[in-house]
Write a protein that binds this ligand. Structure first.
Ligand SMILES: [Zn+2]
Length: 463
């Protein structure tokens, strides 16, 4: 039988960690897996303004692996440029898209507005990449596909989602071609033996594999998250301090609440009020208590029996802006969990402006701090930062919780790959900085004997 030509083109997250977009050509049909925003340095962000390297009107379907902006954030732009086909995602990913896409649009609009008012853009009339209306248009195209359920795709292909254990709703997309061969698109791979989510699904076969490599060259610290939280909360109570925790709204905040609840149940948490000061984290936490198939078995049981690790007496969710401001006048002991996770924007910036100069403040970082962010400057020991045009001296104590990560570490990635009973015909490493990608390629070649390539931006491969 003569089969249709099939290929994949890497249009983002190729030798970088953002902008995931992979275009599959299945005979005469085209399917885009993920439609992510490029984030970070200006050279990368400028790519968001380039025309899509395919015709959005001729695209037949979009499949989303999970709801992080670097996988979904260009969807409103795609729709703005004319795409009207289906966008398949798990129900939880859709729930998160409904929170984060309008939020992302609002931020882009505010940013453009700021530049217009201050004349700080290189453009005479700065415009947002897309607006809130575009985000709502994009949301109309979302079609839920449950885990494990086969969904037809154009080009006589079909696919199913399998839990990836990365964030709520995150999935591997296993796509079967007309000829019976399959490609596994990993999206981002989570970590085994973590609370809240199930482990990444073991996979034992695929002709082709596209795998992420964010932590391809390093493992996570074996620091005990509960012990760190126990130590800083006790210190905060003794010194009547405020602990400011910049945290990502999706996943990280819920994980923090889970650990605090564990400590409380074990009698190891002192009496300290915890404020989740982020409308997005609040909305997201509500999704984490809906029964979803990728939640850890233990958590599902707890939820069914009416127990939630996210709804404790000591936790207050702050929605109102005035309430958020009033936290600034309060004395410790208290903990404020607020976004953004790298202190690049959001309500946490106000808390930092108020508290960085107070030596009693404990600033607790909960994740990776990218180059160029205020978070990075602070962990590198900056004596002073500029917030809203004002110089703020840094006198507080800085702590890091490095044990929490939503990405598999190097050994965990290799262990997951060892689950394959036969090597894939070809493996493509994406979503990583070059040193991480080379390290992972080295291990997959030497330890497993796999044929591995690291595609460049725009590169295509026949399947
Ligand atoms: Zn992700």
């Amino acid at each position: 039988m003569l089969s249709m030509p099939m290929s994949i083109r890497f249009l983002g997250a190729a030798r970088t960690v953002t902008g995931s977009k992979h275009l599959l050509t299945l005979g005469k049909s085209q399917v885009l897996v993920d439609c992510g925003l490029f984030q970070g340095p200006r050279e990368l962000r400028e790519k968001n303004w380039e025309p899509f390297p395919f015709d959005p009107l001729k695209l037949d379907a979009v499949v989303l692996t999970h709801a992080h902006a670097d996988h979904i954030g260009m969807l409103p732009r795609l729709v703005k440029q004319g795409y009207r086909g289906p966008v398949y995602a798990t129900p939880s990913t859709i729930g998160l898209c409904r929170i984060s896409l309008p939020d992302s649009a609002r931020l882009l609009e505010e940013e453009a507005d700021y530049h217009r008012r201050h004349g700080t853009s290189r453009h005479a009339d700065p415009r947002p990449l897309y607006n809130e209306a575009d985000a709502y248009e994009a949301m109309k195209l979302l079609k839920p596909v449950n885990f494990w359920q086969f969904q037809q795709l154009p080009g006589k292909a079909q696919f199913r989602f399998m839990p990836a254990g990365h964030i709520l709703g995150s999935a591997f997309a296993e796509i079967y071609f007309e000829n019976g061969e399959r490609i596994l698109m990993s999206g981002d791979i989570g970590r085994p033996n973590r609370p809240i989510l199930k482990d990444p699904t073991p996979v034992d076969f695929a002709e082709y594999l596209v795998i992420e490599s964010t932590y391809g060259d390093r493992n996570h610290s074996d620091q005990n998250a509960a012990a760190v939280l126990e130590r800083v909360t006790n210190q905060a109570v003794a010194d009547r301090s405020c602990i400011v925790v910049p945290s990502f709204a999706i996943g990280r905040t819920q994980e923090l609440l889970w650990y605090l609840t564990q400590l409380s149940e074990q009698g190891r948490l002192p009496h300290i009020p915890v404020y989740v000061d982020s409308p997005m984290a609040t909305a997201t936490t509500l999704l984490y208590v809906d029964d979803s198939e990728d939640l850890d078995q233990e958590l599902r049981l707890d939820l069914r029996e009416g127990r939630s690790p996210f709804k404790q007496d000591f936790v207050r969710f702050v929605r109102d802006r005035n309430m958020s401001k009033s936290l600034n006048d309060m004395e410790g002991p208290m903990m404020v969990i607020s976004g953004s996770g790298m202190a690049t924007g959001g309500r946490v910036v106000h808390h930092l402006k108020r508290r960085l100069s107070d030596p009693k403040t404990i600033l607790l970082f909960t994740g990776y701090q990218a180059v160029g962010t205020m978070g990075r400057a602070l962990i590198e020991g900056a004596n002073e930062v500029t917030i809203h045009g004002d110089r703020v001296r840094v006198e507080c104590q800085i702590e890091r919780l490095d044990a929490l990560s939503a990405h598999a570490g190097a050994d965990e990635l290799v262990a997951w790959c060892k689950g394959f009973k036969e090597p894939p015909k070809r493996t493509f490493i994406v979503h990583g900085e070059p040193p991480a990608q080379q390290a992972l390629r080295g291990r997959l070649e030497s330890e497993l004997g796999w044929a591995v390539s690291i595609p460049e931006q725009g590169e295509a491969a026949d399947l």
